[in-house]
Design a protein around this ligand. Structure first.
Ligand code: 2P0
Length: 349
């Protein structure tokens, strides 16, 4: 009998134009389009999926720990398995085993790579022949930003207009070969789990921030400008938008009531150090951006990586600096890389 199993890997993405707020909570439809760079496999999630009649219920392990599928947020994210199972007309339970190469829920976008790897592996295990765009629509319903990790290169998540979400999907705007020297220098200032999860944080912003309406218009026009800068290979143009986007998103977080703070003193020092670096170089060579956490992502070109690392050296509180390149999107892995012991129907020890 052919085994309904597959293993896949996907990487996080770092948003240049940010997603922060849903117009539809159930289908995960955003207020504005967003744009990101998919990272290479120096940061990744590997996920193995196996469907079997012998399983009594769904089971989900991340980094060796079994997840509580009765937990609302976990169940919502795991919902992508149900969507794909219905598409395949399969009634079997799933065993999912996943491993992140970086800290979970610390602002390094583990939900994006995790959901992208889960959707990719599940579709393969179920034998579904789906295009990346269709996979992005499924991934979006598990975790919004994950739809952008279904492609490599620089990727846009179109907000769409339809109520059913069929026009809210990811598409690639530049391949990794068009921007091969783009890198993300990540300065880790904290590996703690975030206090306010993105899902509830963005809901609070939509409900209470007076500035949020202005943000959605600003972000949509930034997405248009970003496409032009990406296509014309205008790094300085891109970098300016990246920094303003991060600042604008963190401004509406502060304008949320009660306010949400993700940045810490080291994050703010990093922002100053990057402005100082750009000033001393006489042109914009690097851009900072922060997600729902204090860790900095400095976007630069490979030729300026050393200058960025040197600028970061002056900042207090940086625990580690690592560089990720631009990635090529999710891939299936051979059976020998499976994280599942198919005999025991358990994670491999
Ligand atoms: C982004 N973030 O565009 C933004 C920037 C965090 C800050 O997408 O509720 O885990 O699962 O759709 O995708 C994080 O939010 O939220 C995020 P859900 P998600 O990358």
């Amino acid at each position: 009998m052919e085994q309904k199993a597959a293993t896949a890997t996907a990487s996080p993405n770092i948003a240049f134009v940010k997603y922060w707020g849903k117009r539809d909570e159930r289908l995960i439809l955003p207020y504005n389009s967003s744009i990101s760079m998919t990272l290479d496999d120096s940061l990744n999630t590997v996920t193995s999926v196996l469907f079997s009649k012998e399983l009594q219920n769904d089971r989900f392990f991340i980094n060796g720990e079994e997840q509580e599928l009765a937990d609302k947020e976990t169940a919502e994210r795991f919902g992508v398995v149900g969507i794909l199972r219905r598409m395949a007309g399969n009634g079997e339970h799933a065993l999912v085993v996943s491993r992140n190469s970086f800290p979970t829920a610390s602002g390094l976008a583990s939900s994006a790579s995790g959901t992208a790897a889960l959707v990719f592996a599940c579709s393969k295990a179920l034998g579904l022949e789906m295009k990346a765009r269709e996979l992005s629509i499924v991934a979006r319903q598990g975790s919004g930003s994950s739809c952008r990790s279904m492609f490599g290169g620089i990727v846009m998540w179109k907000r769409g207009r339809k109520e059913d979400g069929t026009d809210s999907y990811a598409r690639r705007i530049a391949s990794e070969r068009q921007w091969p020297d783009l890198v993300d220098v990540i300065a880790i200032v904290s590996t703690e789990r975030k206090r306010v999860l993105s899902r509830s944080g963005m809901r609070q912003t939509v409900e209470s921030s007076a500035l949020y309406k202005a943000r959605t218009k600003f972000a949509e026009s930034n997405a248009k400008e970003m496409i032009k800068a990406v296509k014309t290979k205008d790094f300085a143009g891109m970098a300016g938008i990246i920094m303003r986007e991060s600042n604008d998103m963190h401004a509406v977080m502060l304008d949320t009531f009660p306010p949400i703070f993700y940045l810490n003193d080291s994050s703010k020092e990093i922002m100053a150090a990057i402005h100082e670096l750009n000033g001393s170089m006489g042109k914009i060579v690097a851009a900072y951006t922060f997600d729902a956490g204090p860790n900095a992502h400095i976007i630069t070109l490979r030729e300026n990586e050393a200058a960025v690392r040197e600028a970061l050296r002056k900042v207090q509180g940086i625990k580690e600096v690592k560089t990720a390149g631009i990635g090529s999107g999710p891939k299936t892995l051979p059976e020998s890389d499976s994280l599942i012991d198919a005999g025991r129907l358990m994670p491999k020890s």
